[in-house]
Design a protein around this ligand. Sequence first.
Ligand SMILES: Cc1ncc(COP(=O)(O)O)c(C=O)c1O
Length: 418
Amino acid sequence: MRSLTTTNISPATRVNGKGRNPGAPDPAPGPSTRVLHAGVREDNGYHSLTPPIIQSAAYTFRDTDDLIAHKSEGDALARQEYGRYGNPTVRAVEERLAALEKGEDALLLSSGMAAITIPLLLLLQAGDHLIMGDDTYHRTRVFVNDFLKRYGVEATTVPSGDLDAIERAIRPNTRLILAETPTNPFLRCVDLAGLAAIARPRGVITLIDSTFATPLNQQPLSLGIDLVIHSVTKYLAGHNDLLAGTIVGGAGLIQRLRESHALFGAVIDPSTAYQINRGLQTLGLRVARQNASGMAVARFLENHPKIRRVWYPGLESHPDHAVARGQMSGFGGVVSFEIAGDGPAASRFVDALRLAHIAPSLGGVDTLVIQPAIMSYYDTPPAQRRALGISDELIRLALGVEDTQDLIADLAQALEVV
Ligand SMILES: Cc1ncc(COP(=O)(O)O)c(C=O)c1O
């Protein structure tokens, strides 16, 4: 069994070594090739091209000696014992995710929130201090501020992307910096190499939520970050039909996380893992379309008289454009903007859209739209919402893979009602 690394993926090496010219250098693969061949196994059972779904809660042992051999020297990743400790279908996806992010190992979990909460619960203890960006995913902030605090973990929230503020917030007991880049909904970007340069010498662990970027547009581990997480629910699975999360990083840290994961129990079902693998195969195509549509839609909106402001890291007007350009190869499919009008005008616009569904996710094949004030922030008191910059007229558009010109035509007709 062998996984291909992302640096030497040559399709010819996969087909039983056939057609391989040992003297020829492996060319650097393009994004779609990389996605399709990253972490692919050569020996699926029954010569199956796709990894089979191994739907079993328990695994059998030939005899007592076989069990003792497994317990004493077995490779827990290669030979399973019980479904909560591992599953071959899940493992195949983990290998692909690790290769995609250029990490040594990956853990696949039942949701993006599990991929955030489990490392925080494992790596932090009472008396530790954590630093977090203010534009981090709403529920992540709730977990840190309302839940971790009860267990004696202190947190400082700093403006997302402000490295000086992060450095100033570091204390002797700071153990971890949690950042998202780009953020939701303002697509703020953190300079990842700069962040690693602050954290590494002080022994502070960096954990980046890279959901909005995908492993194709940004690779935090290559820039010195310790752990990357994704809500796989979004771009990676890509079809708005399942929930999952992943943590990618060095083998030692991931092994520790794997052990606590087996304890917490937020494991993923093998059938869901199979669907993730299937979704991943088209990640390159989908993200290329979403990057292109994101850029075109952002430019269209920026030049429209009924739009007050647009946030998209690919636009020169975005406060973190320089950082984004330096570390991202594409800017993704999420565009946030304010209608030049009030909340009801924004709702009229949303209701007039024909292609975008009103739904709270992103990264999938369907275009989704929300007014954050009446979706994720509905229960947040208006004054607190405004302090976070969430106005009633703010809209977040998460582009799918429809044709770009159709998406723009839809926006244009909906803006007529504003
Ligand atoms: C940036 C980000 N991180 C994490 C999550 C949580 O992921 P999940 O919904 O898969 O638990 C979300 C969900 O919207 C998100 O947008």
